[in-house]
Design a protein around this ligand. Structure first.
Ligand code: GDD
Ligand code: MN
Length: 386
């Protein structure tokens, strides 16, 4: 029998030295990451446009699809069957634009990667210029910007979205010292080794991978901006909603505090705070309804835990969202986790409450202990990675 070591090393005949690659295959210099959710109609059009725009570049496109119900994966695969430049990653049980982009980048072996929306809103004719810029000088990151001279939001953003986008930009610049003109852009090209070095610090949630990348790099990236016009969407619809916006502020805050607390823990804490409000409201309601205090207090706790569960499921664990039967199981484990959390809370508070003058310290320490426990246990149990 062959030893593991000899298999790993291979013999001279067996080991892959690259010399036998098919003559017509070119090693990709540029990977274009196309995150997609329900873009079945757009993918074939986009591949056609990329083919025209990138004639002089050895490129590949990596479609990272989150198991779209409209069959985007199947459509992309059918193209990949005859076109080796197209690759597909199908993610199951996960959702999120940033996470999809990160996985796409990590699956590439090309020296340069671009991230681009798969819905035709990003102008593919800019890619050769971005490629030229990133190859020529010391540039690590080229951002396609709608805000730099010559670029426009075009018809692509509604007035309200454009307004919100300006506020978010301003905040990013003030809080994080990010000097990008368009930190919310989802269209950029980066040296893969630079992105890979930062990957473990990036948050897989939300939409703001560029802002995350630049603020995590802490000024170490050489950045260039090129103008472009954001096109209007023709097929399908936008997935950016209010919850995604909340997530953006979570990212701003956690980056502002130097990543001491993760965006997720911050969200979890905010949801917990909202739970206190819900609890008091429910308690008042049950008491008015004539329930005895202990029973009313217990019932109110369940109302608050239930509300916390659903909010966390939509916000904090958006990318691992549970639905159907799994949501029910999740809710039950969440009750269990929180009950132990109460014990941890009271236990710690009791330890510290030796001196009644420090009641507030004891109370706060107990609450923090409970929150940390609930967070750790629920992320391991209720929203465990599938
Ligand atoms: N895999 C995956 N998973 N892809 C997703 C997900 C997801 O959960 N959500 C969205 N996408 C894909 C879409 O299919 C599309 O290709 C791209 O990400 C952008 O999503 P849209 O829903 O079209 O976003 P938008 O047009 O509203 O927002 C664009 O503009 C923002 C600034 O205004 C994007 O470019 C954002 O990145 C950008 O910040
Ligand atoms: Mn879009």
């Amino acid at each position: 029998m062959e030893s593991a070591a000899s298999i790993a090393q291979g013999t001279e005949d067996e080991s892959w030295d690259g010399s036998r690659q098919p003559r017509d295959a070119r090693v990709a210099e540029l990977s274009i990451i196309l995150p997609s959710f329900n873009e079945a109609k757009n993918i074939p059009i986009l591949v056609g446009l990329l083919d025209k725009a990138l004639a002089s570049i050895a490129w590949e496109a990596i479609v990272v699809d989150d198991n779209s119900p409209d069959g985007t994966t199947e459509v992309a695969r059918s193209i990949a069957e005859t076109d080796p430049r197209i690759r597909v990653i199908r993610r199951i049980g996960r959702r999120g634009l940033s996470g999809a982009c990160i996985e796409g980048i990590l699956s590439s072996s090309a020296p340069y990667v671009a991230v681009m929306d798969a819905d035709l809103q990003h102008d593919e004719s800019l890619l050769p210029k971005m490629f030229e810029a990133i190859k020529s000088d010391e540039t690590d990151l080229v951002v396609a910007s709608r805000k730099v001279a010559g670029g426009t939001v075009g018809e692509g953003l509604s007035a309200i979205r454009a307004w919100g986008s300006n506020i978010a930009n301003g905040l990013a610049q003030k809080l994080l010292n990010v000097t990008l003109s368009d930190p919310m852009s989802g269209f950029f090209m980066v040296r893969r080794d630079k992105a890979e070095a930062l990957a473990s610090r990036l948050s897989p949630q939300g939409f703001k991978i560029l802002l995350d990348l630049v603020s995590s790099a802490n000024g170490t990236l050489n950045i260039k901006e090129l103008p472009f016009t954001f096109r209007e969407r023709q097929h399908g619809e936008s997935k950016l909603d209010t919850l995604v916006t909340l997530d953006y502020f979570g990212l701003l805050l956690s980056k502002y505090f130097g990543d001491i607390v993760s965006t997720r823990f911050l969200m979890f804490g905010l949801v917990g705070a909202s739970g206190l409000f819900v609890h008091l409201l429910a308690l008042r309601f049950f008491l008015l309804g004539g329930l005895e205090f202990n029973i009313a207090q217990t019932a109110a706790s369940f109302v608050a835990m239930t509300s916390n569960f659903f909010l966390n499921n939509q916000l904090t664990y958006r990318d691992r969202r549970l639905s159907g039967f799994r949501a029910l199981i999740g809710l039950l484990t969440f009750y269990a986790v929180c009950s132990v959390g109460v014990l941890a809370n009271v236990g710690v508070a009791n330890l510290i409450y030796a001196d009644p003058a420090y009641w507030w310290l004891a109370g706060t320490a107990g609450a923090v202990m409970g929150a940390v426990w609930n967070y750790a246990a629920s992320s391991a149990l209720t929203w465990r990675k599938s």
